[in-house]
Design a protein around this ligand. Structure first.
Ligand SMILES: *Cc1c(COP(=O)(O)O)cnc(C)c1O
Length: 494
């Protein structure tokens, strides 16, 4: 019926295809109470047909899900230099903390006196995050970075309305993450893209003619998605503030700043954190995220509800905030992620966070220099926590594509870096090693990249077919997204 395995690479059908009628994984004790007439109990609601559930044994279920889990690539199995995503190792002590029964078994409808500890963790985490970025207050509610952006922009809009204005334009450099313009549009604002300077960063002179009374905000990522520090941010903020606009900081790259620089000190008014990136909560499998927003006092009245307040020795949730943008997430946000981030920050301490940033920047620059001969950096400058290299010259010389290199890396056992982003760099490969990788691991990655460059010159056909030793070969990604085939078939590739 189906191939059982290829070595130890299991070819797993869907669990529905595994079932056999009548098989099950339960043994239920014989009934020792009077049987209930289910028709009398449920009436018209009684289900006539059996639910089409897979009928499988307990080992079937366990193997199915363990096998699927083994098809995952994760930071726990290998180096994962996916730029912009900060795939750092997530310390297991975070998992211990989040699983403590006092946290894990909280119910969102519990009365406040029963979960004072949970509220205290939220309150303390807000304070720590505010201090790390030099802003006045934090709301932990948004469920991801993108939702944090949206929330911040909602607050900016509410702020302008409260001042009797409704400016519409949000200036966004062409290097920005796609979620930036999307969040603007979603919030009824107009994204105005502009080109960053030839050196990859934004210069105040460029903006003078763009900023006017209709400018609601500028949205900047610092360091930007080219891995470069936006060193003119304070002057840019002054220009925007001068016309009544605000500065939104995309905080996804905070891993480059911890303990070294604070967005609030650079003129940022509101920003989001990506706790799942910078503060080590597992991500990458589409699991929950947490994208708190930090903001200056002037924006506080517009923050989402509920607000965690401390009064004497009690913590309470406040929903009486008439100017608030409202709820952006059910209940209190993704609480488990907050516990993990809190555990991480307390474990690291101020010195540890600063060391993490220093090492992240050192590792990225080590990659930049080590790869330079085959894959020159897009900008010949010190980078921050990630480096954008280009294979443009290699493409011209050998005819291979960036995607070929990325796919071939899989044969070498590495997750490919982010490719074709940022859009402004031809042949972009965005590599973010993070601070948690050893020199040995980074050296292996560099050796693999160099081996691929040699292959590109000597046996380019090998690269067009990669990956060659994976369970599934190269797929048509556009078709896989538009016409997903969810049924396993014995004739299908892989
Ligand atoms: C990851 C990222 C985002 C979006 O964050 P999510 O948590 O994935 O929604 C926004 N901007 C930048 C620069 C990012 O790297």
């Amino acid at each position: 019926m189906f191939e059982a395995a290829r070595g130890f690479q299991f070819c797993e059908p869907t669990i529905f295809e595994r079932g056999v009628p009548g098989r099950n994984g339960l043994s239920i004790a014989p009934l020792d109470v009077p049987e209930v007439d289910s028709r009398a109990l449920f009436g018209a609601l009684l289900r006539e047909k059996q639910a089409a559930l897979p009928e499988v044994s307990e080992p079937d279920v366990v193997r199915h899900f363990v096998r699927l889990s083994q098809q995952n690539f994760s930071i726990d199995t290998q180096f994962y230099p996916l730029g912009s995503c900060t795939m750092k190792f997530n310390p297991k002590v975070n998992e211990w903390a989040a699983r403590l029964s006092g946290f894990a078994h909280l119910h969102p409808y519990m009365p406040e006196p029963m979960w004072q500890g949970g509220l205290e963790v939220m309150f303390r985490l807000e304070q720590l995050l505010a201090e790390i970025v030099g802003l006045d207050a934090v709301s932990l509610q948004p469920a991801a970075g993108a939702q944090g952006e949206l929330t911040g922009l909602m607050m900016i809009r509410a702020y302008h309305h409260a001042h009797g204005r409704s400016p519409k334009k949000v200036l966004i450099p062409d290097t920005a993450h796609g979620t930036n313009p999307a969040s603007c549009t979603f919030n009824g604002l107009v994204a105005v893209p502009f080109a960053s300077g030839a050196d990859g960063i934004v210069h105040p002179e460029q903006l003078v003619s763009l900023i006017d009374d209709d400018t609601a905000a500028i949205m900047l990522t610092n360091p930007n998605t080219l891995g470069l520090f936006e060193r003119h941010l304070p002057q840019i903020a002054e220009l925007v503030h001068g016309k009544g606009g605000l500065v939104y900081g995309d905080g996804a790259n905070l891993n480059a700043l911890l303990g070294r620089a604070r967005p609030g000190d650079m003129g940022v008014d509101v920003m989001q954190f990506n706790l799942h990136k910078t503060f080590t909560t597992p991500h990458g499998g589409g699991g929950p995220g947490c994208g708190p927003v930090a903001f200056k006092k002037a924006l506080e009245p517009f923050r989402p509800i509920p607000v965690v307040r401390k009064t004497e020795n009690r913590y309470a949730l406040d929903t009486n905030c008439p100017k608030s943008v409202g709820r952006v997430r059910s209940f209190y946000g993704n609480f488990g992620m907050m516990v993990r981030a809190y555990a991480y920050i307390r474990e690291m301490g101020a010195e540890g966070l600063k060391a993490a940033t220093d090492l992240a920047v050192l590792n990225a620059n080590y990659v930049r220099v080590s790869l330079g001969a085959d894959y020159p950096p897009a900008f010949d400058a010190l980078c921050m926590h990630e480096v954008i290299v280009s294979d443009k010259a290699l493409q011209k010389e050998t005819g291979i594509k960036t995607l070929d290199i990325a796919k071939r890396l899989i044969d070498y056992g590495f997750h490919p870096p982010t490719v074709y982003f940022p859009l402004v760099v031809a042949g972009a490969m965005m590599i973010e090693p993070t601070e948690t990788e050893s020199k040995e691991t980074i050296d292996q990655f560099v050796a693999a990249m160099q081996a691929i460059a040699r292959e590109a010159r000597e046996t380019p056909e090998k690269l067009h077919e990669a990956p060659n030793i994976t369970r599934i070969g190269r797929i048509d990604e556009a078709r896989a997204a538009r016409k997903p085939r969810l049924r396993w078939s014995p004739n299908a590739q892989g």
